[in-house]
Design a protein around this ligand. Structure first.
Ligand code: SAM
Length: 283
């Protein structure tokens, strides 16, 4: 980080640079280095270990697409597991579904949650106080290996595969996720920007294809994650859920009374149409 600029150091040959209009916080939690600053374009920006996690202005794209796509494709979700997601944005989107009776969030770093409650209410709202929210401070791998719960949807809202997030991109983790999915359940994953992180997506999809009847990915463009569109892994033993018909999605969307800014049923369907360079990674 130089004087008034934040340099994201995630990619070896490319650096994103955001102006720090106001530094709100810089410090260390038990697991990670946290920075929160204000930027004219993105609003408040949260970075962990030098990598942008979420921003006030574009978080709706990421959170809506990783939450509503699996929940509306499934159609009768009651029990949801979020791995990571300490900023609370995913929890807030999931809890907008009235059918959800419990959303368990497993975050390794209690400091991120405390920090988000204090500084990122614009992203998490009152989600952490919702009686349906069940917050667990633990490693996501340990949780999926030991829980006796069965989840309709598992959302992996992780950091990139460096530091504590690395374990959330392994064969061991995905295998344990499959073990705690209810029949017909769906697993979705944060899989980075394929133009810059093709190996990450390729290796995740190789494992998911082996474990599940249907594994693919879908995309959305989130301006704060540079390098083009980002990919979300998708896996389920119910192959039909990936192609839930448009009229069914429209009915569920209307019934849910969700007020979204990015997600629409048509965008949901279109997100699975993959450009060639991404589709080839799913083979
Ligand atoms: N939207 C973000 C992105 O795409 O980069 C992810 C945001 S969320 C803040 C990621 C969270 O995953 C972090 O708070 C981090 O502490 C958590 N995390 C990393 N490794 C974890 C693990 N092994 N178990 C549980 N949570 C983990």
């Amino acid at each position: 980080m130089t004087a008034d600029w934040f340099d994201e150091t995630l990619h070896p040959s490319l650096r994103a640079r955001l102006r720090i209009d106001k530094l709100i916080y810089e410090g260390k939690s038990e697991h990670q280095h946290l920075v929160l600053f204000e930027n004219e374009t993105f609003g408040r920006v949260l970075a962990l270990n030098g990598v942008i996690q979420t921003t006030e202005r574009d978080e709706f794209i990421y959170h809506e697409m990783l939450a509503h796509v699996p929940l509306l494709a499934h159609g009768h979700v009651r029990n949801v597991l979020i791995i990571g997601g300490g900023d609370g944005g995913m929890l807030e989107e999931v809890l907008k579904h009235k059918t959800v009776s419990q959303a368990t969030l497993v975050e390794i770093d209690a400091g991120v949650i405390e920090f988000s409650k204090k500084y990122l209410r614009s992203i998490c709202g009152n989600a952490f106080e919702d009686p349906r929210a069940h917050i667990v401070i633990a490693d996501g791998v340990d949780h999926v290996e030991t829980t006796d719960q069965r989840y309709d949807v598992i959302i992996v809202d992780s950091t990139d595969p460096v530091g504590p997030g690395e374990a959330l991109f392994t064969d061991r983790f995905y295998t344990a996720c499959k073990g705690c999915l209810a029949p017909g359940g769906i697993l979705v994953t944060q899989n980075g920007v394929p133009f810059l992180q093709a190996d990450e997506l390729r290796s995740t999809l190789a494992v998911l294809t082996r474990l599940f009847s249907k594994a693919t990915c879908y995309t959305a463009t989130v301006p704060g994650y540079v390098g083009g569109c980002m990919a979300f892994g998708w896996a389920s033993d119910d192959a039909e859920l990936r192609a839930t018909p448009l009229d069914v999605l429209e009915q569920r969307f209307a019934d849910s009374a969700l007020d979204t800014r990015y997600y629409t049923p048509a965008v949901h369907q279109a997100a699975f149409a993959l450009p060639g360079y991404i589709g080839s990674l799913t083979a």
